[in-house]
Write a protein that binds this ligand. Structure first.
Ligand SMILES: O=C(O)CCC(=O)C(=O)O
Ligand SMILES: [Fe+2]
Length: 347
């Protein structure tokens, strides 16, 4: 089905004060969607800040208004590329980017839904997706493979600015959380490098939903709900969005969620993140909670590496690209060394 005709997400604003109805919808659909849950003015000022950093990093056409997000096609890069991480980490230092994940509109709502104290996980995430780069669109997946912890953690996805369908917002597979397990994921290009094929599972229906997102809109879903991004089909606009994860206070957390996003690709510490902050209120806030820490399950990403290696050996460009990225990023790690060895073998 073409992404521009995917049907609409169900809007739950009118049920916002009816917690049993919200829980019923979450159980039935595997997501909740709210229009303007976040303050549009606050998001637009965050948009300006984030895009100004990207313009300074050379990603936008010089002298255009950063709020427009007009990308320089020559600067195209994505997660996994060192050039992406360099600019991304500058964006990541913004205090307002971290603060927005703690805003009461979201945390209070999630506490209502779960009926207990909730907290955003320390690792916040932004996605800064270039146009004309559609092979790198986030593939179909369940969040558990990346973020782990407990199965009923909740992801909250919000565009930073308007995000009509052609800019490539998120789509969810309605009711897919009812598979009640982590499905087998395979190598793919795109954020996370892992994708699942819903067509292999008879119990899943083909009910993809999305919308033309407006500023402040927020999509909430648990870790087993199958979802994907739509391709950014615009001529020249960057898509900017947030996806943050929330858990019960006291629930276990996977150790990598205690670190800044993409710090495994390029060293980056909380101290660096906090360098220019004017408040310490949210710095290391999670240390006040006693969440047991779980080791990261690496099997998913190791399988993706093995599959990419196999593809590369068969001369597949996507496999080779994946190996080249890993080799460039970290030539001294075990994966980096084997990526280099396999690439040398192929040449
Ligand atoms: O924004 C994207 O492209 C990916 C987001 C995603 O998969 C998520 O929010 O879990
Ligand atoms: Fe996801």
């Amino acid at each position: 089905m073409d992404s521009d005709i995917l049907p609409e997400l169900r809007v739950s604003n009118e049920a916002q004060d009816d917690v049993s109805e919200l829980r019923r919808r979450l159980d039935e659909d595997g997501y909740l969607f709210f229009r303007r849950l976040l303050d549009p003015d606050r998001l637009m000022s965050l948009r300006r800040e984030m895009l100004t950093v990207m313009q300074d990093g050379g990603w936008l056409i010089p002298r255009t208004d950063p709020i427009e997000g007009i990308a320089d096609p020559d600067a195209r890069c994505t997660e996994g590329d060192l050039g992406y991480t360099d600019v991304y980490h500058e964006v990541y230092k913004l205090q307002s980017f971290h603060e927005i994940a703690h805003c009461h509109n979201i945390v209070d709502l999630l506490e209502q839904i779960r009926g207990c104290p909730m907290m955003p996980q320390p690792q916040k995430v932004a996605r800064l997706w270039f146009p004309k780069f559609t092979e790198h669109t986030t593939p179909i997946h369940q969040d558990f493979v990346h973020f782990q912890g407990t199965g009923d953690n909740l992801t909250c996805w919000s565009p930073v600015g308007e995000c009509p369908r052609e800019l490539g917002g998120l789509a969810v597979l309605r009711g897919s959380h009812k598979v009640e397990r982590v499905l087998e994921h395979h190598f793919s290009l795109g954020a996370g490098s892992l994708h699942v094929d819903p067509g292999l599972h008879d119990e899943l229906k083909d009910e993809w939903l999305t919308t033309d997102y407006e500023v402040g809109d927020t999509l909430i879903f648990p870790f087993l709900t199958i979802h994907k991004a739509l391709p950014n089909l615009t001529e020249d606009r960057l898509r900017v969005s947030l996806d943050n994860r929330y858990q019960r206070v006291g629930d276990p957390i996977a150790e990598h969620m205690l670190t800044p996003h993409l710090s495994s690709m390029s060293p980056f510490t909380w101290e660096e993140v906090y360098e220019d902050w004017d408040s310490d209120e949210l710095q290391y806030y999670w240390q006040n909670f006693d969440n047991p820490v779980l080791p990261k399950i690496t099997a998913y990403i190791e399988q993706a590496f093995d599959e990419a290696a196999e593809l590369a050996r068969q001369g597949d460009e996507r496999g080779m690209l994946h190996l080249r990225r890993i080799a460039t990023r970290d030539a001294s790690s075990d994966q980096g060394k084997s990526a280099l060895a396999i690439l040398a073998e192929i040449d």
